[in-house]
Design a protein around this ligand. Structure first.
Ligand code: GLU
Length: 477
């Protein structure tokens, strides 16, 4: 049996981190087993589904490499006549029925059950209502819903590939609604029709769908179809263990991409939200993920969303990119100012700067502030240079900058290399009886004017002798 999984988000919001994690696990499972992934837009909720959300989800999945650009979108909203045929079949076979209870009547029933301390469930009022009478009321235009005849006192069992055996007795389920009318079928019905017709072998989704599974199994049973395997992935949680929410975390995948998180880092981060390979290994290429992923190592407990880990992973991935790929990835993030400098001062300089800041970059969007000082000099404040933590007083700063000027002037343009600078500056530090930081901190601060940058030698070499000396001259306390 070849594996067929599905990727079937509801277009009722932007591509969410949780949706992507589900898509990733399905992707890995399918790839590992040489299977196929289907894409389906579950847009039966007419009020909440929009094409804009569908586009955001679909484009997002393409952008991170989970689906192909050419993938044809199968929309449930376009299959109404098919679902209608199946609804009519169940009604004809008396496995489903029209129910005419109004909202008020249902409410009254619930209130009564509450008063009697009974579970609040639809009582089955229309379950045995004569079919011809029901049909007459429908034909006369009376409002109705369609309910499925849940078998009485029956255990519905399935083995969850992540969570093990699951058993629900139908006593806990009322005759649930499968359609608002013949042309408005609901999720638990259409999902079964589609999964069956598309030949889905593995239904793998978030844990929040566990209560839906027995209901869907009842629908399979009604059609005498063999159900697929099921697996439910753990919830993703905020730090306070509540379900991941927009209010406490950024949840839109596009927002992460726009901020300069790499798709590789996002996917790596997501695989770890609910799975590990049993070792300490945390960095996985996509190929390694396919190789290592297995359902039996998916966790049962909720996975806490840790932004710090994502930042760390993103930094790791950025540091490991080749300069060529980094250039490619960073280019869409450049501000007009940096684009202009890049153009004016040449690609060679830009590449040197990029190589120098690569290790400092945590997100692509930080690129502009990290590289600006190379092109545009803003003199350092005295507070930045005279750093008590580095034991740099005004006096020490003066000594350090004057000493540095001497050293830099003494080196020929052609020998202005990191090694030479280092060697000669260390001699100078000894001569002035300073600690390394007492000279190197003020030198770096005066050269860059910023709090964080690559080290002094590297910056000086990229700036060149003339520009470095010019910047040192600007400092006077
Ligand atoms: N459309 C559902 C969702 O977005 C997924 C349903 C399923 O996987 O069965 O949560």
């Amino acid at each position: 049996m070849s594996v067929i999984v599905r990727n079937c988000p509801s277009p009722t919001g932007d591509l969410h981190i949780g949706t992507l994690r589900t898509a990733l696990y399905n992707y890995l499972y399918a790839k590992k087993h040489g299977g196929k992934i289907l894409y389906r837009s579950e847009d039966t909720d007419k009020e909440r589904s929009t094409l804009a959300f569908e586009e955001n989800i679909f484009d997002g999945l393409v952008n991170v490499g989970m689906i192909e650009k050419e993938t044809v979108i199968y929309r449930q909203s376009e299959q109404t006549s098919k679902y209608r045929k199946y609804l009519e079949q169940l009604i004809a076979e008396e496995k489903a029925y029209y129910c005419f209870m109004t909202a008020d009547e249902l409410n009254a029933e619930r209130e009564e059950q509450k008063r009697n301390k009974l579970p609040t469930r639809y009582s089955g009022e229309f379950r045995d209502y004569p079919a011809d009478e029901a049909q007459k009321r429908v034909d006369e235009g009376e409002k109705y819903v369609i309910r499925i005849k849940v078998p009485k006192e029956t255990d519905i069992v399935f083995t969850d590939l992540v969570r093990g055996d699951n058993k629900t007795n139908t006593r806990e389920l009322a005759d649930f609604v499968i359609a608002k009318n013949l042309d408005s079928p609901l999720y638990n019905f259409v999902v079964v029709i589609d999964d069956h017709e598309m030949g889905v072998t593995h239904v793998m989704r978030g844990e929040d769908h566990i209560p839906n599974t027995p209901k869907q199994l009842i629908v399979y049973e009604m059609f005498a179809w063999t159900p697929p395997h099921f697996a439910h992935f753990p919830l993703i949680l905020n730090a306070d263990k509540s379900k991941l929410s927009k209010r406490k975390n950024k949840t839109s995948v596009q927002d992460y991409l726009d901020e300069g998180y790499l798709k590789e880092a996002i996917l790596n981060f997501l695989i770890l939200l609910g799975w590990n390979d049993g070792t300490e290994k945390e960095i996985f290429t996509l190929d390694e993920m396919v190789e290592s992923f297995s359902l039996d190592r998916v966790h049962k407990g909720g996975a806490v969303y840790d932004m710090k880990k994502l930042d760390w992973l993103n930094g790791m991935y950025l540091r490991n990119l080749s300069l060529e790929t980094l250039t490619e990835r960073v280019t869409p993030f450049l501000s007009d100012t940096i684009k202009k400098y890049r153009e004016e001062k040449g690609e060679e300089l830009f590449q040197k700067i990029l190589a120098a800041v690569q290790g400092k970059l945590k997100k692509l969007s930080e690129i502009n502030e990290l590289v600006l000082f190379f092109y545009e000099f803003t003199p350092a404040s005295t507070e930045l240079v005279c750093n008590p933590k580095m034991k740099v007083s005004e006096e020490v700063a003066k000594l350090a900058i004057n000493g540095s000027k001497e050293v830099l002037s003494s080196i020929d343009e052609a020998d202005f290399t990191e090694d030479n600078l280092k060697e000669k500056l260390i001699v100078k530090i000894k001569e002035l009886k300073l600690k390394n930081g007492q000279l190197l901190w003020p030198l770096r601060a005066v050269l860059t004017g910023v709090e964080a940058s690559p080290g002094a030698f590297e910056v000086a070499v990229i700036l060149g002798k003339t520009e470095s000396l010019k910047r040192l001259d600007s400092f006077n306390v």
